[in-house]
Design a protein around this ligand. Sequence first.
Ligand code: PMV
Length: 341
Amino acid sequence: MLKEITYQCPSNIALVKYWGKKSGGVQLPANASISWTLSNLFAKTTVSQEMASSLEVDFYLDGQLKENFVPKIKQFLDRIIPLAPELNNRKYTIHSTNNFPHGAGIASSAAGFGALALCFAELEGKFVSSSEEFYARASEFARLGSGSACRSVYALPAVWGHHNDIPGSSDIHAVPFPFEIHENLKNWMDAVLIIDDGEKSVSSTEGHDLLKNHPYAEARFKQANTNLTRISECFVSGDVDTFMKIVESEALQLHAMMMSSEPYYLLVKPNTLAAIEKVWAFRRQTNTPVCFTLDAGANVHVLFPKSSEIQVKNFIETELLPYCKNQLYLCSDTGGLPIKS
Ligand code: PMV
């Protein structure tokens, strides 16, 4: 064996959403997005490398050989090898685990491709690990696996996609938010309500594709970029009310784009909407800073500052668990870093 590398990488949740790709490149975003990592929801991946006459991959999830994952990983390697030819002609044995339950409806691709990309950036050995260049490289690799995964390698909120107000931002890789963040928007938590754990009727890849001929696409891309400017201002000023409005509006716009695609589709469920109504009522009645976001699925991410943890968890456990499949929700801090072991 030549080398073995292990990385743990968190999942992430977008606050301003990436939905739609630019044409003429691989996984280039049509608009800029920003996310928080979910420190307690992560993938841990070990890549062992041996010399071989061609590219070979064995992939194990939780110790079980999974041949059906191999084409996606080979596609990922086919995309990164032109950038890092020294990664070719190797046999890779990959062991991965997620610390959150499978089939919980949580997108595991961001954490999974994040961890894999960090291992391959380390195997490439072009940049000193933990340097700024190293994380940019790992983020670039991760993007080529799953677009949103490129934001998982930074502890600070990560911005992906060129944006005039974010110095250094790029379509190629994510960058850490470059300005000082106000205390009000540090140390937030995400409680993910598992509303539905079934297979999604339309995958993210298909969903991105439907933006190509979407009548509202250009307006949406413009709005996302405007929201990125506005949310950046909130991060600096600490304006929590405006922050929460932007986050919720982004979640609803993402799903509005799905509902107005051709063909149209719905990923939210009745319990998604019921939980959102409850979050709004709780916020109105208690003035607690709490808001929701959604990814491309039915689960509701309830976001709140750690200082409100007791009240919000109590609210979730008394009022929201009936809407969750098997009464399940997963709680995480935000802002965790990948860890090399
Ligand atoms: O990275 P993908 O292709 O799975 O796209 C994910 C897109 C959203 O999760 C819906 C939004 C985002 O920015 O993460």
